[in-house]
Design a protein around this ligand. Structure first.
Ligand SMILES: [Zn+2]
Length: 73
């Protein structure tokens, strides 16, 4: 029935075809993501694909690091 959709979702979860949320969505969610991360909440669940993008994209990774450092005080 929904076999194709299920497989597609699984592939996304495994990251084989890799949903990358992109820089725009990344910047939009960065504040929220960092806050959750600092609270040790499940930031990756709140913003799926974020971690992957931060690892893949040096610009956003850097932005993440500096925002995190800022909020950590
Ligand atoms: Zn980016």
């Amino acid at each position: 029935m929904a076999e194709h959709a299920a497989r597609e979702r699984l592939e996304k979860m495994l990251g084989s075809s890799g949903p990358d949320i992109g820089c725009e969505a990344c910047f939009e969610e960065l504040d929220r993501y960092v806050e959750l991360d600092l609270r040790r909440a499940d930031a990756e669940r709140a913003v799926p694909g974020m971690r992957r993008h931060l690892e893949d994209c040096p610009a956003c990774g850097e932005e993440y690091e500096s925002l995190r450092a800022l909020l950590e005080g």
